[in-house]
Design a binder for this molecule. Structure first.
Ligand code: HEM
Length: 437
């Protein structure tokens, strides 16, 4: 690979942008992304412990790669994983992936699988099927929040549990199984944060489904996958026998080329819906609320004009960008940003960097509750564009529509903490004082 002279060290930046610890320090991470966007937006990256890849940091390049789904495919390498972890999965399962979810697949399989739930997740369907249920769940969580009094942790009281209940509702998982599902959604995306793992272990302490931690992350993840495959296997059987009006039924009875969805794909469908639909929405809710605590003028704007809430929701999603990257692999030699990408090269699409790209956003490092336009790419782009984005928007809009009128003043009582992780991460604590109106 041709070397270029930069004022920064290639080794340092390469190791930093994959380092899960760096993601706990947003300012440091954004500084690295800004350096790459300015000096080398299509950057050949050779971090220690990971296979090399191209780091794509500009909004325009991320969208053009995401749109070219034949040229850049998902299946080969979906997200950044240390070489050691990749080898373990290959040896244990004989495959490069533990699951066969939508994000792991390409057309034509991907299109056929996605088609099964497509209409269910369209904005009109989500609104008419779910709005009253989601509003009731939001109100219930806000009541709980109020019952805590004036000082509380917004992540651990509200943001973590509200989207979990919504997603479990549509997957038909009863409330008593929620602690178990929390473990799935918190640990499947490879959470490396000791506090997050400790929290999910505390909530599942002594649960009969879980044999306990082996001390090896890969072994635990594999064991967890088996537990969930068993759990959702029973859900499939039930929904085939007793169809209901939920997404679980749509998946269980979905057909591909006239045949039922293969077992592993069906089980993986539940897993991706549960996992992709939880932490992402939690993180945006917490990050948006945090910015309102930091900026009373922005809170006042929304309270004065609640019709701005949908714009605020988009800004909260841009600001937090809960999914930090996805990867693609080139199927043939091509050019991108003046660089030659070889067939088989991997590319990491750093969405958080695209969402702070000064070429697209006016004052990108300012949180503006009424930012408009807001062409963020936190939901990705192209054929894999987030399936649940209309649901996520609805959940966040309803939460803030219900919550903001009840709040008089809001402030942080300590600096919030961000979880460790280079894939899906965000606030793990948000200590606030609220005076209720
Ligand atoms: C895919 C972000 C909420 C289900 C994705 C992708 C991103 C993303 C970046 C990959 C897009 C790409 O490769 O171009 C988010 C964010 C959310 C959110 C930021 C909340 C703020 C949800 C919810 C659900 C969901 C609530 C579930 C109901 C999915 C699924 C995929 C996906 C199934 C795979 C789509 C495919 O590969 O075709 N999401 N998501 N997401 N998301 Fe979301």
């Amino acid at each position: 690979m041709a070397t270029q002279a930069f004022s920064w060290s290639r080794e340092t930046i390469d190791d930093r942008i994959v380092n899960p610890e760096v993601y706990t320090d947003t300012a440091a991470l954004l500084a690295d992304y800004a350096t790459l966007r300015r000096d080398d937006p299509v950057h050949w990256t050779e971090p220690k412990g990971y296979r090399p890849f191209w780091a794509i940091t500009r909004h325009a390049d991320i969208t053009s790669v995401s749109k070219a789904n034949d040229l850049f495919i998902n299946r080969e390498r979906t997200y950044l994983s240390p070489i050691e972890g990749e080898q373990w999965i290959l040896q244990t399962t004989g495959d490069t992936h533990l699951f066969r979810t939508l994000v792991d697949l390409d057309d034509p399989e991907h299109r056929k699988l996605r088609q099964i739930t497509h209409s269910w997740f369209q904005p009109g369907a989500v609104k008419s099927n779910l709005e009253p249920k989601v509003r009731a769940i939001a109100r219930e969580h806000i009541e709980l929040m109020k019952s805590r009094g004036e000082t509380l942790d917004f992540v651990n009281e509200v943001a973590l549990f509200y989207p979990l209940r919504v997603i479990m509702e549509i997957l038909g998982v009863p409330r008593e199984d929620e602690p178990m599902m929390l473990k799935l959604t918190q640990e499947t995306f490879g959470s490396l944060d000791p506090d997050v793992i400790a929290r999910s272990q505390m909530l599942t302490e002594g649960a009969s489904f879980w044999g306990g931690s082996s001390g090896n992350k890969q072994v635990d993840l594999f064991q967890l996958a088996q537990v969930f495959f068993q759990y959702f296997g029973a859900v499939i059987a039930d929904r085939r026998a007793n169809p209901r009006d939920d997404v679980a039924t749509v998946i269980a009875n979905g057909l591909i080329d006239g045949q039922p969805i293969p077992e592993r794909e069906a089980l993986s469908y539940y897993v991706i819906t549960a996992t992709a639909g939880h932490d992402t929405t939690s993180t945006s809710a917490a990050g948006g609320f945090c910015e309102l605590a930091r900026n009373p003028a922005e809170l006042a704007k929304l309270k004065a004009d609640p019709s701005l809430i949908p714009l605020f929701v988009e800004e909260a999603i841009r600001w937090t960008t809960p999914v930090k990257h996805f990867m693609r692999t080139a199927t043939q030699d091509t050019e991108l940003g003046g660089k030659t990408i070889r067939k088989g090269d991997a590319l990491a699409l750093f969405y958080m960097s695209g969402n702070r790209d000064e070429a697209v956003f006016d004052e990108p490092d300012l949180f503006k509750a009424d930012r408009n336009p807001n062409k963020h790419i936190a939901f990705g782009h192209g054929a894999h564009l987030c399936l649940g984005m209309h649901l996520a928007r609805l959940e966040l809009k309803i939460l803030f529509e219900e919550l903001l009128p009840l709040i008089d003043t809001l402030e942080l009582t300590a600096e919030p903490k961000i979880s460790t992780g280079n894939f899906v991460n965000g606030l793990k604590t948000l200590p606030v004082r609220v005076t209720w109106a």
